[in-house]
Design a protein around this ligand. Sequence first.
Ligand code: ATP
Length: 317
Amino acid sequence: MPVIELDSVSRAFTVSTRTGLRRTRREVRAVDSLSFTVEPGEVMGYIGPNGAGKSTTIKMLTGILVPTGGTIRVAGVDPSRHRMNLAKRIGVVFGQRTTLWWDLPLKDSYAVLQKMYGVPRARHRENLATFVDLLDLGHLLDVPVRQLSLGQRMRGDIAAALLHDPEIVYLDEPTIGLDIVSKARLREFLAQLNRDRGTTVILTTHDLDDIEALCSRVMVIDHGRQVYDGTLTGLRASQSAPRTLVVDLATSLPPITIQGATVTRTDGPRQWLSFPPSTSAAPLVAEIAARYPLVDLSVLEPPIEAIIAKLYAGAAR
Ligand SMILES: Nc1ncnc2c1ncn2[C@@H]1O[C@H](COP(=O)(O)OP(=O)(O)OP(=O)(O)O)[C@@H](O)[C@H]1O
């Protein structure tokens, strides 16, 4: 049974603008007839250009905002009507701002959260020990949040969002501003959380490496409407961006001729062959190996940034 269900969900805002003495009001449809379901344990990337409606969707899923149309169920309940009860079953991390108490040491914030959520002491201790270990928070527990670096604070925030064992976690730009090593560690942690605890994760990000590293499913929205829902592989195929087979031959040769692929570049014994996204590389490799002195090879996928840019541009048109 889905843990998240949206049926024709819309959210409109009335914005007023002033030109000279005239004030005009117009309606902005931040989310427009959105329908989708998420199964328990899924890790879904939720992406779209600026102003696409991602934060508005997440706010409706947490019950902060009420839809102006359609219905939402999260963990079986309407989020805006059961916001307090639902809070015990979800975790939220906003990369841009902390939910921790600025002047308190991390460990005091965690103690407050344990009381707020009514987490049994033994379970709290167990969870805290796990997250302190996995997120390397041991040396930071006595430090007031205001003194933490961005990466340290983010790790602290993620532990805070998970201490009450939520079934669903919404992460809004969790790796924003982090260095490469911190990003990699955070992604590893989230993957492990999903693997070990079956936590459902909805991840909003502009960092497509987050999506590549974590998400079995990606949903793209633009102007409040869904423009793609499926796997990353499917997304690549849908935009028909070609894949590239890079072959290293024993010697420099003129461009090789293979059915179903075209040489786009050569550099000494290395040649780049472009082939359609719907095709498997296996028969091409077999043919090249049979006819040419093949030493090594690799397959390059089209950069995901290029595919997303193409998709956004298409949706905008
Ligand atoms: N409280 C509000 N009042 C008026 N308009 C709003 C409000 N909140 C959002 N909007 C508008 O709704 C649209 C969607 O905004 P939203 O913040 O959901 O986008 P987003 O996809 O999260 O963008 P970003 O990637 O920039 O964070 C935008 O046009 C935004 O200006």
